[in-house]
Design a protein around this ligand. Structure first.
Ligand code: FES
Ligand code: FES
Length: 170
């Protein structure tokens, strides 16, 4: 079977009912989708299928044959992060990062459909995504900033995050 991941056609040896999540991580070395609950309840495995967020843990690969699958690996281009990825960094929207890939793909779908910076609408679009580090407000802030078209100098963000303890810059 052939499936298209981030614009590249890939040959897959797994059986047609194998979950896309397993094929991505174990056969194709696409590691951004994470195996969380593996029951459709946490969103950490979310990828885009023809532009729509889908839980890859529940999706047999037979269902994506001929479709365009996108993951975080396909977001940045030419070494340049997408605006929402930059906003994620600027707003410190990732803590441990386990949920980040799923959130980013759902946020990307929301923004590509012209989503606004309204937190209630963002929360609805990201509904069902779980962040154990409870970073929801910063995540919503990042998506809202991207919706407003804000851009960031990440070198400044990094400099602003430094702190000094007993004269030592960390
Ligand atoms: S791992 Fe797919 S929804 Fe949780
Ligand atoms: S940043 Fe840790 S689970 Fe979301």
């Amino acid at each position: 079977m052939n499936i298209t991941i981030n614009g590249t056609s890939r040959i897959v040896n797994a059986g047609p009912l194998t979950p896309l999540l397993h094929v991505l991580r174990e056969e194709l070395d696409v590691l951004s989708p994470k195996a969380g609950c593996q029951q459709g309840g946490c969103g950490t495995c979310t990828v885009l299928v023809n532009g729509e967020p889908r839980r890859s843990c529940l999706l047999p690969i037979a269902a994506v044959e001929g479709a365009e699958v996108r993951t975080v690996e396909g977001l940045a281009s030419g070494g340049k992060l997408t605006p929402v990825q930059e906003a994620w960094i600027h707003h410190y929207a990732a803590q441990c990062g386990f949920c980040t890939s799923g959130f980013l793909m759902a946020a990307t779908a929301y923004l590509e459909k012209g989503g606004s910076d309204d937190h209630a609408e963002i929360a609805a679009a990201l509904g069902g995504h779980v962040c154990r580090c409870t970073g929801y407000v910063k995540i919503y802030d990042a998506v809202a900033a991207a919706a407003r078209g804000e851009s960031f100098d990440l070198a400044t963000t990094a400099a602003g995050s430094r702190t000094t303890i007993r004269g030592v810059e960390l």
